[in-house]
Design a protein around this ligand. Structure first.
Ligand code: ASP
Length: 345
């Protein structure tokens, strides 16, 4: 008999782990250790499950890079003992955390599946049970002991996505996430249907490396019609600023006024890395396609191609933490490290 996969469930907080107090109608934190009692179905899964929780579970709006490191350390500490990991996380910032974890784990050869829910696990109409049970099944899926998935993913409402391609796009529907620029990795119906051609194929013989040094001195600057020179000037002159995600229009276009381009140029000259990411949910930055992006390219702005803002933010913190030489930074950022972008050549 082959051995049953060992799965570690990690509860970080969020709606999924709450129960409704039917007397007051409010949501309250749930004793996570009793989770398995609440979902007797998990005992029918073909795996062994252990669970752990953050010391103080948090709403994901309070997640920050220090919490990402705490989570990374839980997985790192348990990496050899378990075959797969399911992370229960609030949906609000799940795409940020999951993107960050994808960069922090180099040479990952086991599944790390993020999930959560729109309704608490104790709610009658909850989406939590399906999300949790299927995430555990996906984390356990293997062919002769080799995991089917060996990357960081996000599972929600019958679909598995590459985590660093996702965005939370709905605060109401059970289908809360989308991956606009990369196909679904697995669909859950009567059976789990994996689309293996889209899964990351990581070498299993390379040693896992967990990178925890993240640089938080960055910001997101979303341009809008009427943006003022004084605003851009003060933002780009923030003390200690190391990187900017510039959210541009369409395929990477921005105002071509001299003051705007000069401020960007000055920032780049000071060593600040500026990444061009589109405000559109889908599609790619293609610098040089329109006149309004030719100058951005010529002053050395980095293309994010079709990366999400969440993933660009995580990648920027991660790469800045690695102290990469200035002249190599652009080409490394523009390269897909964990399947997070598609370079348009
Ligand atoms: N505010 C909650 C959180 O992100 C929402 C959720 O869990 O889905 O933690």
């Amino acid at each position: 008999m082959t051995k049953l996969p060992n799965i570690l469930l990690i509860y970080t907080g969020g709606t999924i782990g709450m129960v409704k107090d039917y007397k007051t109608g409010s949501l309250k934190a749930f004793n996570f250790n009793k989770l398995l009692e609440h979902i007797p179905e998990v005992h029918h899964l073909k795996c062994l499950i252990e669970s752990t929780t953050f010391d103080v579970p948090i709403d994901s709006s309070n997640m920050d890079p220090d919490n990402w490191v705490v989570l990374a350390e839980i997985i790192e500490k348990n990496y050899d003992k378990f075959d797969g990991f399911v992370v229960l996380h609030g949906s609000d910032t799940m795409s940020y955390t999951a993107s960050a974890i994808s960069f922090m784990f180099e040479n990952l050869s086991k599944p790390i599946i993020f999930t959560g829910s729109q309704l608490p696990i104790g709610d009658l109409r909850t989406d939590a049970k399906e999300n949790l049970i299927t995430s555990i099944e996906i984390a356990s899926a293997n062919t002769n002991g080799v995991p089917v998935v060996s990357e960081v993913c996000l599972y929600f409402e019958y679909k598995l996505y590459r985590a660093n391609r996702t965005t939370k796009m709905n605060a109401e529907h059970f289908q809360a996430f989308m991956s606009y620029n990369y196909p679904t990795l697995c669909e859950s119906g009567v059976h789990l249907k994996f689309f293996k051609q889209y899964l990351q194929k990581n070498p299993i013989d390379k040693k896992l490396k967990v990178i925890k040094n993240l640089n938080k001195n960055i910001l997101i600057l979303k341009i809008f019609p009427g943006i003022q020179k004084s605003t851009v000037e003060s933002i780009l002159n923030i003390n200690g600023l190391k990187g900017v995600i510039l959210e541009t229009y369409g395929s990477g276009n921005a105002p071509s006024t001299d003051w705007f381009l000069n401020l960007l140029q000055e920032a780049i000259n000071k060593g600040i890395h500026i990444i061009n990411v589109t405000q559109c949910a889908g599609g790619s930055v293609i610098m040089g396609r329109y006149e309004t992006s030719v100058a951005l390219e010529s002053i050395g702005i980095i293309s994010g191609y079709d990366i999400t803002t969440e993933s660009a933010l995580a990648k920027l913190m991660y790469l800045l933490g690695m102290n990469i030489p200035k002249n190599e930074f652009k080409s490394i950022f523009e390269t897909s490290l964990r399947g997070e972008l598609t370079q348009v050549l």
